[in-house]
Design a protein around this ligand. Sequence first.
Ligand code: UD1
Length: 420
Amino acid sequence: MDKILVHGGHPLSGSIKVSGSKNSSLPILAATLLTKEPCIVHGVPDLSDTHYMLQILTHLGAQVERASGTVSVTAEKTHSVAPYDVVRKMRASVCVLGPSLGRCKEATVALPGGCVIGDRPIDLHLRGFEALGAAVRVEGGDIKVFAPKLSGAVINMQSKFGPTVLGTDNVMMAAALAEGVTVIEGAAQEPEVVDLATFLNKMGAKIEGAGTRRIIIEGVAALHGAEHRVIPDRIEAGTFLVAGAIAGKGVTVKRVEPEHVRTTTDALASCGYHIDIGDHEISIFPNGAASALELTTAPYPGFPTDMQAQMCALLSISKGTSSVTENVFPQRYMHVAELKRMGAQVQLEGATAVIDGVDCLLGAPVMASDLRASAALVLAGLKADGITEVSRVYHIDRGYEHLDEKLSELGAHIERAKAA
Ligand code: UD1
């Protein structure tokens, strides 16, 4: 198992290009199951999660070719059973349920594994399939959904913590091939949902309203092949901006959609950083002492839960007392205990982290526990005195394309080593 060693105290400067979005690529690759015809997806990042998704598609009968960031998938024939050993490594494998159900009118997928960030139910996905006319059974660790036919329905995707992103994706994909009109109320508005809808419409689907709380899908009899480039990864972009804030002398993040990271740039500007926003690039510069912040995560267009851990790392060394409230996954604070091992002063009060900024962090052996928490520890290590040794790096490799190499290009001293 690899670990990453971060030698703190080396300032970052220069520019870095953001990769294609992981959270767009996964459902878009799953959506290729909806047609017999070839689909081509560009900008797919080289991550273990995208590799797992391609393994699942191959297992389901698709022909998959990958050349650098371009993936071709032809699912001329497909079957509908995704077993545990291919599915367990990634929670997002649940998003093959919708397209398999749409295309085959049945799907069996083992209950997913993946990030350990509290209880992650999929009840709303299943309720959505039921509303479309499917029966749902859980048997032997598998979810089975099947329907003689799918019919349009009105479906609500709102949970008590906000709308479900992959649930919205799943229902949209199944409904694309249902009879009649489906209305998704309380839909997730994330840019990745819009990207999936754009791809489905290129395949011949009739979807309107993606990006709003109400998505309308007029079912069609069949979909055809399509070619698409996924949007830039807004969480990777935000992570590099926070890296620039923590340890930068001036860092430019290129190939970014500024609107998609607006809450992050707003938060960083409120802390006192100087931010320059261009058409597709954003630069961040230090601007005197960074100050504390009150931050609350919320579904898009709110501040993303996927940026919360990285901001906790930054606020640990910002002057004053900050508070961070996690509203989407209230238990998503595994990074806090590790940041404390590096000298951060953080108290958890329910879903709120109260952070008293310290002058400096100290390098320490720390353990990555989920994808974004691990990134936060690497970022903290950039500024810490001494060496921060982040173990269980496979979490980072699930969601960041060559994070250590990209940070090295900016001047960070980072090495990868095999854990003993
Ligand atoms: C997606 C993202 C993940 C991000 C999350 C929230 C992908 C591959 N992953 O995950 O990076 O952190 O959105 O922005 O795109 N919920 C229910 N019932 C359900 C489904 C969800 O109660 O059936 C709750 C969850 O517990 C959570 C909230 O809804 O509190 C949002 O979760 P959801 O949007 O579903 O997360 P994912 O789509 O799995």
